[in-house]
Ligand binder design. Structure first.
Ligand code: NAD
Ligand code: UDP
Length: 333
């Protein structure tokens, strides 16, 4: 007798990471349900999947309950860029918290395995560097980033309580800055901003003096980490850091690399640093190496070159900025 087809729900499936995940799961032959309210994405990301027999799109808001039968859930629905998650901060908390309750409830009823896309932001502005999973973080609970940071922290709490109280089979990954093709061109995050600015010969907008760091991971490596974590033994539920341990760069270095790769004549301008902007961030990935055999393989140079190629190939006029946050004015986009 053949094994029944596994049905997998991907919330936020039309977004940057979600669309790559859906693409991989469809290619592997799973029955994929992509759920999205298109807050920070557009249909373009998944149009190539729409005519596939094992792909289905559901327009729905994850903060509202939904009834369906599934075997696995990847819960990715949430705006990820500071400019968009700060646009409607209360909605951001609802998406994280009510979304986690609705999806864990669905997992409980259907006995599905569920993976939460958590974030390095649970460490806030970290005072331990690099960050291991047992570092409890340094988050300002009343600051402008709190709607996202605390929303994601509460989602982790809910996942672990559904696991302890109801036996839900959970996985939690803490994602560090990830970039690549299908980021929204007006996403507002640093990689897309710098590349679009460079391609349009506009000034690259560094916030602060450019000395703050992030560790950048290419999307293909990240999706591989998600799938490995979902397949991990039930004894390893996380949280586990996924990010590039050697990809730590200052924003000044990133801007210079983007200028080199695009051959742009743009200059660099320095704008005020947003409140609570973390000064440094780099993952300790010892657990991911040990339990998942996972290690990023794509360098920032290689990954940025592919991302530049993608942004050169798309028609920017077909994209609308998801929100009219003022950061779009300061970044010139
Ligand atoms: P994205 O903005 O491209 O994708 C998020 C998707 O979720 C979008 O398609 C958006 O329309 C959808 N969405 C937002 N609110 C929703 C709601 N209420 N109901 C249904 N859909 C909703 O961002 P991304 O980079 O692909 O991020 C995906 C997930 O990974 C997010 O949960 C994010 O917090 C997490 N994450 C990403 C990064 C990164 O560097 N890319 C880092 C840490 C965590
Ligand atoms: N940043 C910048 N210019 C931009 C956008 C962002 O210098 O046009 C900085 C931002 O202040 C932060 C870093 O780049 O220090 C990463 O920002 P992003 O929004 O990509 O992600 P996050 O802060 O959530 O890591």
């Amino acid at each position: 007798m053949s094994t029944p087809l596994q049905r997998i729900l991907v919330t936020g499936g039309a977004g940057f990471l979600g669309s790559h995940l859906c693409e991989q799961l469809v290619a592997q032959g799973y029955d994929v349900l992509c759920l999205d309210n298109f807050f920070t994405s557009q249909k373009q990301n998944i149009t190539h999947l729409l005519d596939r027999p094992n792909f289905q799109l559901i327009r729905h808001d994850v903060s509202l309950p939904i009834w369906m039968e599934v075997d696995q859930i990847y819960n990715l629905a949430c705006p990820a860029s500071p400019v968009h998650y700060q646009f409607n901060p209360i909605k951001t908390v609802k998406t994280s918290v009510l979304g986690a309750i609705n999806m864990c409830g669905l997992a409980k009823r259907t006995q599905a395995k569920i993976l939460q896309a958590s974030t390095s932001e649970v460490y806030g502005d970290p005072q331990v560097h690099p960050q291991p999973e047992n570092y409890r973080g340094h988050v300002n609970p009343i600051g402008v980033r709190a709607c996202y940071d605390e929303g994601k922290r509460c989602a982790e709490t809910l996942f672990f309580d559904y696991h302890r109280s109801n036996g839900v089979n959970i996985r939690v990954v803490r994602i560090f800055n990830t970039y690549g093709p299908r980021m929204h061109p007006y996403d507002g995050r640093v990689v897309s901003n710098f590349i679009i600015q460079a391609l349009k010969d506009k000034d690259l907008s560094i916030y602060g003096d450019g000395s703050q760091t992030r560790s950048f991971c290419y999307v293909d490596d990240m999706i591989d980490g998600f799938v490995r974590m979902m397949a991990a033994p039930d004894s390893f539920i996380g949280p586990v850091n996924l990010g590039h341990p050697e990809g730590e760069f200052t924003m000044q270095q990133l801007a210079e690399l983007v200028l080199e790769l695009t051959g742009s004549k743009s200059r660099i301008t320095y704008l005020p640093l947003p409140d609570d902007d973390p000064a440094q961030r780099r993952p300790d990935i010892t657990l991911a190496r040990q339990h998942l055999g996972w290690e990023p393989t794509v360098t920032l140079h290689e990954g940025l070159a592919k991302t530049v190629e993608y942004f050169r190939s798309i028609d920017l006029d077909r994209f609308q900025p998801p929100t009219d946050h003022t950061a779009h004015k300061s970044s010139g986009l």
